[in-house]
Structure formats: C-alpha cells, structure tokens
Design a binder for this molecule. Structure first.
Ligand code: IPM
Ligand code: MG
Length: 353
C-alpha cells in the first residue's frame, strides 16, 4: 500500500515525539511491504514565526492533499500574549475545520501494566477503565464568534440539529461496535444548545434499538468519571465538554502522555494526534512520552488505511515495552526502568514484529 502522510511536528515536544512515531511507521512499512511518504507541514507557533500565520493556506492545502495527517502538538509561552486569531491553537482549529473532521475519538483505557500510575484507588481501577469519548470537534463555542469590546468579552455557543445529528450517529455507531452503551453528556438544565442536543440524541435512539442511551449532566459526568469509571462505554458530547472530560479521563488511566486520538469527517482522510499539549517546559530534554503519538499513528493505520494487523503490531509492541518495565518519566513507578523519549521509541521498534 502507498500512502502519503502530512506531518505536522509543531512546537515544544512536538518534533521529538513525532520523530519516534515516524520511525515506527517506517519500520511497519518495511515489515509489511508498504510505502509511506511524508510531507512536512508548518503549523502553530513555528508557522507564526515563519509566516506570521499559524496555518497559512498553502500549508492547509498540503494536509487536504494527503491521505491523512499526523500531528505532534502546538503552542508555547512565547505566543501566549498574541491576539486570539494569531495564536498557535488557531492553526489547529483551522486545520480541524478545514479538514471537516467533526468526530474526535479519545479512548480512555487503562493499560494493565500502568494500574499503579492511576491516581484512583486500586479498588476502583480493578473494576476496569475502558471507554471512549466521542467529542464533537468543529462546532460549539470554539467556533462561535469571539469578541472583546469595552470591557465585555463574548463567545457564542451554537449548535444546529444537523451538527448534533452527525456526531450523535458516530456515538451510536461506536457504541454498537462495543458494549452497546451510549451516554450523552450535556448541560440541559441550563443551556438551550444542550436541550437541543438531548432531543436529537433521543430522536436518533429510535434508529439504534441495540444501543442503550443514557443522559448525564456534564458536572455529574466529571464526578462519575473518577467515582465509577467502569460504568462508561461510549460518551458522546459537545466540543468544550469533550475537551475537559477527555483530560480528566486520560489522567485516571495513568498519564495524558499515553492517549492517542483520531479525528474523522466524511472521507477516510483523518487527523491523528496525541491529546496532550506541547509541554514547553520539558521540550528538547528527551523526557517526553512519545507513546500517545505512536498510538495515534496506529489509529491512522487502523481507521484511515484499513490496516488492522499493522495497528495491532504497534499496540502489541507498546504493551511489550511496558511489560519489559520501561517507563518514561510521566508513568515511572518504583522498580521500573526510566527511559527517555528516544529510547522509548527505540524499544518500541525493537519489539515490533
Ligand atoms: C485538545 C487541545 C486543544 C483543544 C487546544 C490546543 C486548542 O486542548 O486537543 O484537547 O482545546 O481542542
Ligand atoms: Mg484539550
């Protein structure tokens, strides 16, 4: 198989974690007889420095012309005081919207080897943590009008029925392929957009009789994720709630550094990125955890290129490295062997077969 991948290294730890993921993709290509070619795309703070724009059209075009996009992370202190339209994050939002990837899939699954790294009580972890957050990615308050005038700041939160329905369907279909439980998370006791969300979800439920739909208010959900995470199979929610809940969900699995994500729209061209940020404080120190990015590359193989065997091979290699006791600093625990970003990538290569 020949695939063309747009690669966004980004800022902070982005370049070092992406380097490890590309090495893994190259090894997969060699082992399984595929050809992956790469085009570098500038996005984020580095693009602001180079072009005065976090994602110029010519860079977005490269992504749209690719078979899929692999992204490290963007952002950093250096650009924090820039106006909203000139921040690194704006490049990411423009990319997501430009690619039309409305459905963001963030797994929260505990690796048995990392049970100790979870901040939750062992008795809660023992019940199992294995759920997916399906986050609406290109609507809601992130994409409404933003304005600050005369000491008043405004951000508009708006959802149409059509936007809710298309992400709702992904939620139901994801649940159908898993344990058949979908929890729709909103704030319908306060927000109109959430009341519409709930109405649309219940209308859709009639088309998916094999899926059990439940509703949960977002504040309660934040509590339930730490109290009884085993109750969840698939959570479907709007953009900002999904942003917040996915950070919380990642933490109970041990480290945000472990969690990959896929973002898909109408076509097979997806955007794959770890859910963590650019961690400027540890950039260039070779201590970042590249596993979230490496697992994102595995998701690309599985969901955009239909290469499940190859994706399994990467996930098994990660598991083998954890079994062997290797840990980056974020998931380090007593008796384990601490390694850096580069060595973590090399160990995964060594265990790939
Ligand atoms: C994420 C990040 C982004 C988001 C930021 C960097 C814009 O937090 O992917 O979760 O809020 O979506
Ligand atoms: Mg986030």
């Amino acid at each position: 198989m020949n695939k063309h991948i747009a690669v966004i290294r980004g800022d902070g730890i982005g370049p070092e974690i992406v380097e490890q993921a590309l090495a893994v993709l190259d090894k997969i290509a060699a082992l399984y007889g595929h050809t992956f070619t790469y085009t570098s795309v500038d996005m984020g703070g580095c693009a602001i420095d180079k072009y005065g724009d976090p994602l110029p059209d010519h860079e977005l075009e490269k992504c749209l012309a690719s078979d899929s996009v692999l992204l490290g992370a963007v952002g950093g202190d250096k650009w924090n005081s820039f106006p909203g339209h000139l921040r690194p994050e704006k490049g990411l939002l423009r990319l997501r919207a430009g690619m039309g990837v409305y459905s963001n899939n963030r797994p929260a699954k505990i690796w048995r080897q990392l049970a100790d790294a979870s901040p939750l009580k062992a008795s809660i972890v023992a019940q199992g943590i294995d759920f997916i957050i399906v986050r609406e990615l290109i609507g809601g308050i992130y994409f409404g009008a933003h304005q600050t005038e005369n000491g008043v700041a405004t951000d508009v939160l708006q959802y149409s029925e059509a936007e809710i329905e298309r992400i709702g369907r992904i939620g139901f279909e994801t649940a159908r392929k898993r344990r058949g439980k979908l929890c729709s998370v909103e704030k319908s006791n306060v927000l109109d957009s959430s009341r519409l969300w709930k109405t649309v979800m219940h209308r859709l439920a009639a088309e998916y009789p094999d899926v059990t739909l439940s509703d949960m208010l977002v504040d309660n959900c934040a509590m339930q994720i730490v109290k009884n995470p085993a109750q969840f199979d698939v959570i479907v929610t709007e953009n900002m709630f999904g942003d917040i809940l996915s950070d919380e969900a990642s933490m109970i699995t041990g480290s945000i550094g472990m969690i990959p994500s896929s973002s898909l729209g109408q076509s097979s061209c997806g955007l794959y990125e770890p859910i963590h940020g650019s961690a400027p404080d540890i950039a260039g120190k070779d201590i970042a955890n590249p596993i979230g990015t490496i697992l994102s590359a595995a998701m690309m193989l599985r969901y955009s290129f239909d290469l499940p065997k190859e994706a399994d091979a990467i996930e098994n290699a990660v598991s083998a490295v954890l079994d062997a006791g290797y840990r980056t600093a974020d998931i380090m625990s007593q008796g384990m062997i601490q390694i850096g970003c580069k060595e973590c990538g090399e160990q995964i290569l060594r265990h790939l077969q």
